[in-house]
Design a protein around this ligand. Structure first.
Ligand SMILES: Cc1ncc(COP(=O)(O)O)c(C=O)c1O
Length: 405
């Protein structure tokens, strides 16, 4: 399908609104994406026509809801190329997926074990592992970063050894947009017998991840970054781990039998999905993935690369503007500061001009500490952004800089 930006923008009703009297320019896509009408319609259809609890009803509505929910799981299986549909677990998002795996490893890790994280992580791929280390006595090691935002892969080699049990790295950094060499990271971790979790929260709206080709053990993401709703996500878990890891939470749905003497657990995915899930969210997640595939990931990549190249060139013409994260493998995120101006002040003026960007540490304080800055202004572009919106951003940053200098 040819890429018709005007037509694509019409799919997103929110892009028609004004903010502070100006047309909305939404450049906070790394925080959450906007939702196309197709996904909104799917949510309305569910609550209007077949809202019911799933898996345990004989009545028609329950069967319809169950079928739609399980069809969405199948959509995710196909999209991420999981070998088995039961390797796809619904979660409330990336954060829960990571906590689920960390909770499972609390039963596995011993005090002499080591786990490896990268310096580029979101707090949700740091804190659960620190909590795990506190519980088990295992040691947390960090792959350091370079000035351009890439990882020091030679140091990674020296951190790996036969004590390494788990490596967890994001596919794409949320603060800088850098794409990590996850294929190499996974291969090297497997050579020492360590499992790998990839945090795909920032990747899945830009890249179609193939979990079998990656040979990854765990891959997590959130629907809301992919044109889907908040409160739902996916944890891909290789079948072997589904057998080894204990359940995350106890409750309905995750059991085979319950007596007061003993409970036996269901097989995956239900073993890890206690309680009534976000049914509508799961179904709408499937609709969002269908929508993205209809646009096509090649087209998405091309449009976002054009936006990134153009915005980078234009922003760099502003005196004193510095971009953080300049490695060549990067996606459509630009993190920057202008001179000594506080990012929050720039963000506030941009908002007055209708432009939504994020300011602050982006839940990645170690990256900000590395650069010795309190935070950045982050403009993150999606395929539905236009070149005219980049112009509006550049114009507004110039204006804010003049006002604040
Ligand atoms: C790289 C990365 N990991 C994890 C998360 C957490 O995602 P969620 O809040 O949807 O659980 C985010 C959210 O911004 C992220 O960017």
């Amino acid at each position: 399908m040819s890429f018709d930006i005007k037509k694509i923008r019409e799919d997103f009703p929110i892009l028609k609104r004004k903010v502070n009297g100006a047309p909305l320019v939404y450049l906070d896509n790394a925080a959450t994406s906007q939702k196309p009408q197709q996904v909104i319609d799917c949510i309305v259809d569910y609550y209007s026509n077949y809202n019911a609890n799933i898996h345990r009803g004989v009545h028609t509505l329950s069967q319809e809801a169950t079928d739609a929910y399980e069809k969405a799981r199948k959509t995710l299986q196909q999209h991420f190329n999981a070998a088995q549909v039961h390797e796809v677990l619904f979660t409330s998002g990336t954060t829960e997926g990571i906590n689920l795996v960390a909770s499972g490893f609390s039963e596995i890790l011993k005090p002499e074990d080591e786990i490896i994280v990268s310096a580029l992580e979101h707090h949700s791929n740091i804190v659960p592992w620190q909590m795990l280390c506190e519980k088990t006595g295992a040691k947390l090691k960090v792959i350091p970063m370079c000035e351009d935002g890439s990882l020091q892969m030679d140091v990674y080699d020296t951190l790996l050894n036969d004590k390494t049990k788990l490596v967890f790295v994001n596919h794409i950094s949320n603060a800088l947009g850098i794409i990590n060499p996850i294929e190499t990271i996974i291969e090297k971790a497997h050579q020492v017998g360590a499992a790998v979790l990839i945090d795909g929260a920032q990747a899945c709206s830009h890249i179609k991840a193939d979990v079998q080709a990656l040979d990854v053990d765990f891959y997590v993401t959130s629907a809301h970054k992919m044109c889907g709703p908040t409160g739902v996500g996916m944890l891909y878990m290789k079948e072997d781990w589904g057998k080894k890891l204990p359940p995350y939470q106890g409750g309905g749905e995750m059991i085979a039998t319950v007596t007061f003497e003993k409970t036996t657990y269901a097989e995956m995915p239900h073993k890890f999905e206690a309680g009534t899930p976000n049914i509508c969210g799961g179904i709408a997640f499937g609709a969002a993935v269908d929508y993205l595939n209809e646009i096509g990931f090649d087209a998405i990549k091309k449009q976002e690369a054009a936006l990134l190249d153009y915005a980078t060139a234009q922003l760099l013409q502003i005196e004193g503007l510095k971009i953080y994260g300049t490695a060549s493998e990067k996606t459509s995120v630009i993190s920057f500061n202008v001179g000594e101006i506080h990012p929050y002040d720039i963000g506030t003026i941009l908002d007055k001009l209708g432009i939504a960007v994020r300011t602050g540490h982006h839940c990645a304080q170690p990256i900000m500490d590395f650069y010795c800055i309190p935070g950045t202004v982050r403009a993150s572009f999606a395929f539905y952004n236009s070149i005219e919106e980049v112009d509006a951003l550049v114009h507004a940053v110039k204006k804010a800089t003049m006002m604040l200098s």
